[in-house]
Design a binder for this molecule. Structure first.
Ligand SMILES: NC(=O)c1ccc[n+]([C@@H]2O[C@H](COP(=O)([O-])OP(=O)(O)OC[C@H]3O[C@@H](n4cnc5c(N)ncnc54)[C@H](OP(=O)(O)O)[C@@H]3O)[C@@H](O)[C@H]2O)c1
Length: 317
């Protein structure tokens, strides 16, 4: 499986598609999380009102977890929760609405989540803004949604995560991040012509670059941190943001359950995966493929320092 697996990773179209998933999944039977492996655990999933996030929440419930669904649309979250309970009678599914890009809402959400134990957190909420959009706090929206809010929420939930015997945090990135440089001198995308797909890739690059840094930061609290990408997945988000791509790639796109597979696996597999890695289809993957997008540790530290300052001064004050 090793050579085929590596070839799939480098050949984007077959690798990221449902074909890649099916080829890799053929070798996975020994690697599935054990039934009931999330029993007694509470898993918070952001962006659980749609697509991959709804499938992650359901996958966690299928393994016994109490899932807490986070999203901006309360009615949609309630509908997803009701669907999960219908398919898994007796399952515990909670809804806590919130906008993870906005500092005040992140603080409010964390205060409500303080009522629960939290063993795992999946930062899955994602946006691809068609035009430059400012978050409630004036940041470029994809940076606020994918990076600032998730780091702040994890910091605020750290006391609960530290009490878990096996705390795990997963960041849902995108294979698109491979095409982006680390925007060390313009994290908020204030310079140059704004393109939504570019902003998305840049923010997912920042998110992925910070995973090793956050693994070190949260390691003393016993938290495993993982970044991952799901491949190309047929979701309302892709239909909305990339309609031409969705039409072109149509039959090749993965199902939401396939896109959710690695996140659920990272939450549930025993033993706990090594912290600080970047994953796709249940295997660690390189952080870089293209020479032009490599960065050094100084650049990583500079971006981490900027994110730390923004989170501390705006989200955690
Ligand atoms: N689909 C793909 O091919 C693909 C590929 C690579 C990576 N991804 C990543 O996978 C994740 C899920 O994507 P998807 O395709 O399932 O997209 P989707 O169908 O658009 O779902 C996105 C989810 O994020 C939530 N969300 C967006 N902004 C939010 C905010 N500020 N606060 C809270 N929730 C927010 C949305 O809920 P509300 O509208 O209710 O807030 C929705 O539940 C994203 O991070 C995306 O970047 C997807």
């Amino acid at each position: 499986m090793g050579v085929l697996d590596a070839l799939l990773d480098r050949s984007v179209i077959p690798g990221y598609s449902s074909l890649g998933f099916r080829l890799r999944a053929a070798g996975w039977s020994v690697d599935d999380p054990a039934p009931g492996s999330l029993t007694g655990r509470t898993v918070v999933v952001t962006g659980a009102t749609s697509g991959i996030g709804a499938a992650i929440a359901e996958g966690a419930v299928a393994l016994g977890a109490h899932a807490i669904l986070v999203g901006r649309r309360r009615a949609r979250a309630d509908a997803v929760a009701a669907g999960i309970v219908e398919r898994f009678p007796g399952a515990r599914v909670s809804v806590e609405p919130g906008d993870v890009s906005a500092a005040e809402q992140v603080r409010d959400l964390a205060a409500r989540l303080a009522e629960y134990p939290v063993d795992a957190l999946v930062h899955n909420a994602g946006v691809l803004p068609p035009e430059r959009t400012a978050s409630a706090d004036g940041h470029e929206l994809s940076l606020a949604t994918h990076v600032l809010g998730p780091i702040a929420l994890t910091e605020l939930l750290l006391p609960q995560l530290a009490q878990s015997a096996d705390a795990r945090v997963v960041f849902m990135s995108s294979g698109g991040m491979y095409t982006a440089e680390l925007p060390v001198d313009d994290v908020d995308y204030r310079r140059g012509e704004y393109r939504g797909a570019r902003a998305y890739a840049r923010s997912k690059r920042v998110q992925t670059a910070l995973v090793p840094f956050l693994a070190d930061r949260w390691g003393p609290a016993g938290v495993m941190v993982a970044g991952m990408h799901p491949g190309w997945v047929d979701t309302p988000g892709v239909d909305d943001a990339l309609p031409r791509f969705a039409r072109f790639a149509g039959p090749l796109l993965r199902s939401p359950v396939q896109g959710a597979d690695t996140a659920v696996w990272l939450l549930a597999i025993d033993p706990v995966p090594p912290t600080g890695g970047f994953w796709h289809d249940r295997r660690q993957r390189p952080e870089h493929y293209l020479d032009g997008t490599r960065f050094d540790e100084t650049a990583r530290r500079r971006v981490a320092e900027q994110m730390r300052t923004m989170v501390e001064e705006e989200y955690l004050r």
